[in-house]
Design a protein around this ligand. Structure first.
Ligand code: UFG
Length: 338
C-alpha cells in the first residue's frame, strides 16, 4: 500500500521530531523540512535510531517560496503539519521583527504554495499563549484572546487570525493550542534541546539536576495559588504528538473543501511549579537545588486547559502522567551527558 505523505515543517525540532516518529510508526510517510535555525541534526539522528531508517528530509526555510515549491514538486502531500516557528518569549521581545517576519511569513508562504499544489489540509501549531491571562480556569476554546504579552504570543494570535480569514478560500485547517509540552521520548533518543540557557522550566530542572546549572530559581511564590507558585498544564510531548494524528484523521473525515476548528491540547490538570519540583524529585530520586526568586515579568499566574472538546471530538486523551514526563526528560538529559 502506498503510504500517505505528510509534510512536517520544523521536523528537526522538539515537537516536530516526536510527531515524525508517531506518524512513521502509524504507517504514514513524514517528509521533514527544517532549516536548523533553532536546532541541529541531533533529533534527526534520534529519529533514525528509533525507526531504524533515515527520515526523508529536505533542508530549507519555509519563508523561501522557491524552496517550498521544490518540496511540493517532489512530494504529493495528504496533509501539512506546520511546526516551524520561533518560540522564545524573551527573544521575541528583543527581536520582534525577526519573529514577525519568520512566524507570519512562513505561514503565508506555506498557504500560498499549498494552494498552488492543491494541498488543502493543515494542522497548525498554536499555543495557549493566545489566551493571555484567562478570566476563567480551566480555559476552554471560547475564551477571548487577551492582548498578547509578547511578540511571540502576538504571532500565534495573528497566525490564527490569518487561518480564520484564509480557510474559506479552500483550506481545511485545525489549530492546536498547546499548553506546556514537557518530557521526552521514552527511548531517551529524542527530547528538548534548548539553545544556551533554557527559558522553560523542565529543561532548567533537568540541567540543574545533572549539574549543568547551579540552581533553579522558582519565579515567584506570591501568586494567588495554593502554594504561591505559578500553575501550568504540563503535557507529555508524545501525547501532544499523537494528538496531531487524531487531528489529521478528523480532518480527513470532514466532507467539503473548507474547514476550520481550534482545539486545546492539555491534560486538564493544573500543577504548580513547586509541585513539579516535588514530582521530579520523587520520580527520579534526585534532590533539586532551588531557591525562590522574584516573579518573571509577563508570566500568567495560573492557567490550565479544559480539554473536553479535544477529548470528545478528536477522541484524544493525554496518557502519560507528569511524573512519567519528568522521568523521561531526566533520562534524556542523562543520555545527552553520556
Ligand atoms: N519557571 C520558573 N523557573 C524557571 C523557568 C520557569 O519558575 O527557570 C516557571 C515560570 O515562571 C512559569 C512556569 O515555570 O510559571 C512555566 O514556565 P515555562 O517557561 O516553562 O513555560 P511558560 O508557561 O512560560 O510558557 C509556555 C511556552 C510558551 C507559551 C506559554 C504560554 O513555553 O511557548 O507557555 O503561556 F507561550
Amino acid at each position: 500500500m502506498v503510504k500517505k505523505k505528510i509534510l512536517v515543517t520544523g521536523g528537526a525540532g522538539y515537537i516536530g521530531a516526536h510527531t515524525v516518529v508517531e506518524l512513521s510508526q502509524a504507517g504514514f510517510e513524514p517528509v521533514i523540512v527544517d532549516n536548523f535555525s533553532k536546532s541541529d541534526d541531533t533529533l534527526l539522528k534520534g529519529i533514525e535510531k528509533i525507526l531504524g531508517s533515515k527520515p526523508v528530509f529536505m533542508e530549507g526555510n519555509c519563508t523561501d517560496r522557491t524552496f517550498l515549491r521544490s518540496v511540493f514538486e517532489k512530494h504529493q502531500f495528504a496533509c501539512v503539519m506546520h511546526f516551524a516557528a520561533f518560540k522564545s518569549v524573551g527573544e521575541s521581545v528583543q527581536r520582534p521583527l525577526y519573529y514577525y517576519h519568520n512566524n507570519i511569513e512562513s505561514l503565508v508562504t506555506l498557504l500560498e504554495v499549498m494552494k498552488e499544489f492543491n494541498v488543502n489540509d493543515l494542522i497548525f501549531s498554536s499555543s495557549c499563549t493566545v489566551y493571555g491571562e484567562p478570566d476563567q480556569i480551566p480555559v476552554d476554546e471560547s475564551a477571548p484572546f487577551k492582548r498578547a504579552e509578547s511578540p511571540y504570543g502576538a504571532t500565534k494570535q495573528m497566525c490564527e487570525r490569518i487561518l480564520e480569514d484564509a480557510y474559506s478560500s479552500g483550506f481545511r485547517v485545525i489549530s492546536l493550542r498547546y499548553f506546556n509540552p514537557i518530557g521526552a521520548h521514552p527511548s531517551a533518543l529524542l527530547g528538548e534541546l534548548p539553545i544556551g540557557t533554557p527559558n522553560n522550566l523542565v529543561p532548567y530542572v533537568t540541567q540543574t539536576a545533572i549539574g549543568k546549572r547551579e540552581q533553579l530559581t522558582v519565579f515567584g511564590n506570591d501568586y494567588t495559588t495554593p502554594d504561591g507558585s505559578c500553575i501550568r498544564d504540563f503535557i507529555h510531548v508524545v501525547d501532544l504528538a499523537t494528538a496531531h494524528m487524531n487531528a489529521m484523521q478528523y480532518l480527513d473525515k470532514q466532507k467539503g473543501d473548507t474547514f476550520y476548528n481550534v482545539f486545546n491540547l492539555g491534560t486538564g490538570v493544573g500543577v504548580s511549579v513547586l509541585e513539579l519540583i516535588t514530582k521530579f524529585e520523587k520520580a527520579t530520586g534526585v534532590k533539586l537545588n532551588y531557591v525562590i526568586g522574584p516573579r518573571r515579568s509577563g508570566d500568567v499566574g495560573k492557567t490550565y486547559a479544559d480539554p473536553t472538546k479535544v477529548n470528545k471530538e478528536l477522541g484524544w486523551n493525554a496518557k502519560y502522567s507528569v511524573e512519567e514526563a519528568l522521568l523521561h526528560a531526566w533520562q534524556w538529559e542523562q543520555k545527552l551527558a553520556q
